[in-house]
Write a protein that binds this ligand. Structure first.
Ligand code: ATP
Ligand code: MG
Length: 263
């Protein structure tokens, strides 16, 4: 990653489903906003969970990331405001699942998001992209546009297995289409230190990935799971919960790490 000139663009990715990507994207966006950073959250998943969890009704939005990817509208035209989270959102809904088909026929099909971001990158300190649980053309658009990848993972037996596919994809994207891309770090989520297996896997991850593992661990916390149904990030919904505090700590750790890097 080259020294920072404009906003950081980070993908939150893991092709495994239900590992906490969306929860991490929403809460990191809210945490960074609370730390006075300007943030744009991009929902790159047709499920639209990050959109809904930011308090925006995915079904009533007429302009979304779909229009941006097919080149019909700019991000400035399609973005909305998460009032609860304090950040901007480029939302998604089911329409996005058709984008793959449209993209396949386009030239530079994996570069569409990157090209669209050129015009608004300078407006933000952080642009966070919530990726779908696939290594699809959508995810590729995210990786092609990003400076780095944050990987949330649960400390479970099979966690490391899928990770090598993702790390290989990141390496391939780095070599072929985006030499700015790097692994920013692995974030342990839904962590329960009382469970021996989780502690063991957590240690294994540290052995394998060293300082690429964030110190902050996000605990399993029901308040984080409840928050989306209220259209709010957990960080805002119950700021005294253990989950909210952990995501705030993660936001601070990320900023500190990036400062160190650019020194
Ligand atoms: P998908 O692959 O479907 O996009 P995902 O990786 O984005 O899933 P989430 O939707 O963030 O994963 O989380 C999966 C489920 O786990 C959700 O119901 C969410 O509320 C819950 N969850 C996530 N993190 C936590 C946590 N730290 N504590 C408790 N529940 C959590
Ligand atoms: Mg998700």
């Amino acid at each position: 990653m080259s020294a920072k000139k404009q906003g950081y663009i980070f993908c939150v990715a893991n092709q495994k489903g239900g590992v906490g990507k969306t929860t991490t994207t929403i809460n990191l966006a809210a945490a960074l906003s609370a730390l006075k950073k300007k943030v744009l959250l991009i929902d790159l998943d047709p499920q639209g969970n990050a959109t809904m969890g930011s308090g925006i009704d995915k079904n009533s939005e007429e302009l979304s990331i779909y229009q941006v990817l097919i080149g019909a509208n700019t991000i400035a035209e399609c973005k909305q405001r998460s009032e609860s989270g304090g950040y901007d959102v480029l939302g998604a809904n089911r329409e996005l699942s058709g984008a793959e088909i449209d993209l396949v026929q386009m030239e530079k099909r994996e570069q569409q998001l990157k090209q669209a971001l050129v015009h608004c990158q300078a407006d933000y300190d952080f642009i966070l992209i919530d990726c779908p649980p696939t290594l699809s053309l959508l995810t590729l658009n995210g990786l092609a546009a990003a400076h780095g990848v944050i990987i949330p993972m649960q400390c479970e037996y099979f966690a490391l297995e899928g990770l090598s596919d993702l790390v290989n994809t990141i390496k391939r994207v780095y070599r072929n289409i985006n030499d700015d891309l790097e692994l920013i770090g692995l974030l342990r989520v839904m962590f329960d230190g009382r469970i021996t297996l989780q502690r063991q896997v957590s240690e294994q991850i540290e052995e394998h990935f060293g300082d690429k593992v964030f110190n902050t661990k996000i605990p399993r916390n029901v308040r984080l799971a409840e928050a989306p149904s209220h259209g709010m990030p957990g960080v805002v919904y119950d700021k005294n919960s253990t989950g909210a505090k952990a995501y705030m700590e993660f936001g601070r750790e990320l900023i500190k790490r990036l400062k160190k890097k650019t020194k």
